[in-house]
Design a protein around this ligand. Structure first.
Ligand SMILES: CC(C)(COP(=O)(O)OP(=O)(O)OC[C@H]1O[C@@H](n2cnc3c(N)ncnc32)[C@H](O)[C@@H]1OP(=O)(O)O)[C@@H](O)C(=O)NCCC(=O)NCCS
Length: 150
């Protein structure tokens, strides 16, 4: 299946919200996505099929030389075929080109697929935040990637 990546725009938000709702207990609002895509210090990418359906997205914010992965999900029926890796790699390439030195994220320790993907991309665990997530309550694992090492 051919998957293309493009920058997220307003017309993608309905489909992004559907993926967001099936992926997270507390989904982001439409306004949160809109604020981010109109921000000058963000990278928001969507993965689209040949018929232009949105099947995944990643949203990152950066300040000076640090970036944070804020939201990242692939449509449930399209998981496990390399779309997440493709989105993450492309976003990291863009951050590298912008001169970003460090990329941070938080992830649930129970989220084995995401942690495996991040570790394969070079992220390392740097700590934990106690009871960071709600519904269900869980710690957050903190991870960091130094782009200069790539
Ligand atoms: C995390 C997520 C974005 C991964 O997207 P994906 O398209 O399924 O991932 P890919 O197919 O590109 O897989 C890339 C790597 O992730 C890991 N991975 C993916 N699915 C996995 C699974 N079910 N179990 C273990 N590792 C898995 C593997 O390391 C895999 O590499 P490999 O195929 O060479 O073994 C997706 O599972 C998702 O949307 N999850 C729900 C939302 C979420 O948890 N987002 C992250 C919040 S921090």
């Amino acid at each position: 299946m051919r998957i293309n990546l493009k920058e997220m725009d307003k017309s993608d938000i309905d489909e992004v919200m559907k993926i967001e709702r099936e992926s997270f207990h507390i989904p982001w609002s439409r306004e949160a996505f809109l604020n981010l895509i109109y921000s000058s210090s963000s990278i928001c990418l969507v993965a689209v099929t040949e018929d232009r359906s949105v099947v995944g997205f990643i949203c990152i914010r950066y300040v000076t030389d640090e970036a944070e992965i804020l939201e990242f999900a692939v449509k449930e029926s399209f998981r496990g075929i390399g779309i997440g890796r493709k989105l993450l790699n492309e976003a990291l390439k863009k951050l590298d080109n912008l001169g970003i030195a460090s990329v941070y994220l938080e992830v649930r320790p129970s989220n084995t697929p995401a942690i495996a993907l991040y570790k394969r991309a070079g992220f390392i665990e740097t700590g934990r935040r106690k009871n960071y997530y709600m519904e269900p309550k869980e710690d957050a694992l903190l991870m960091k990637l130094s782009l200069k090492k790539l």
